[in-house]
Design a protein around this ligand. Sequence first.
Ligand SMILES: O=C(O)c1cc(C(=O)O)c2c(n1)C(=O)C(=O)c1cc(C(=O)O)[nH]c1-2
Length: 259
Amino acid sequence: MTEHHRNPPWSREEFEQRLRAKGALYHIHHPYHQAMHNGECNEAQIRGWVANRFYYQINIPVKDANVLANCRDRDERRQWVQRILDHDGYDGAHGGIEAWLMLGEAVGIDRDTMLSQELVLPGVRFAVDAYVNFARRSSWQEAACSSLTEMFAPEIHQSRLDTWPQNYPWIDAQGLQYFRGRLSEARRDVQHGLRVTLDHFVTRQEQERALDILQFKLDILWTMLDAMTMAYYQNRAPYHNIEADGMGNPVRYHHGAYR
Ligand SMILES: O=C(O)c1cc(C(=O)O)c2c(n1)C(=O)C(=O)c1cc(C(=O)O)[nH]c1-2
């Protein structure tokens, strides 16, 4: 046992405070998001982000289905299942994935292109898949903890609602509905995720593990934007320096949104 594992657990309040302090590393601080917030993104950079984030959107309910699959507690599942419904839609509600498709259309990506995932960069795919796989292999409480980056999400959604209409007048403001919907959904998710995390991780060792899990999730979000930076800022999408695939076909991503 290393020394710090003998340390007493943090109080519930201090533990929560340490989880919230991780907001300092949220992707709101990534240069890509900063540029987007400051109105400095060109149309291709906005489109690249929307098309790549779509892969996150469609995987969130798959991730949450993995959480359910690992959870033996009916009451917890009853609450958690709402996350899947929020994204997939139910009854009269069209759901988050549909809302993201509408955001896509508002920025100039037609549905078929978005659904084909042809603009999704491998680095983004790997990062998002790591999240789904983590939820598949971990306890449902660990997966709940990994969702807690959502503590920091309402601020980023609100900032888009506040600044995009002025900064990007070419985007139909109707397309921003996704962000509006998430404001309340994220706050409700966080209440649940935080309660599970504070209840489940009780020794200092477990609490430190929870911080590591949250860091892992922060890394996923940050790495997605790193991959997009390569493609849409540095014009170094995968295979950017290779003209053809050897069979005379243009390489992947040549037709992509980064052009
Ligand atoms: O736009 C964003 O910056 C952002 C970030 C995050 C996040 O922190 O993981 C989520 C969302 N949006 C989001 O819309 C969403 O539905 C969502 C679900 C989850 C999750 O981990 O279960 N994160 C996020």
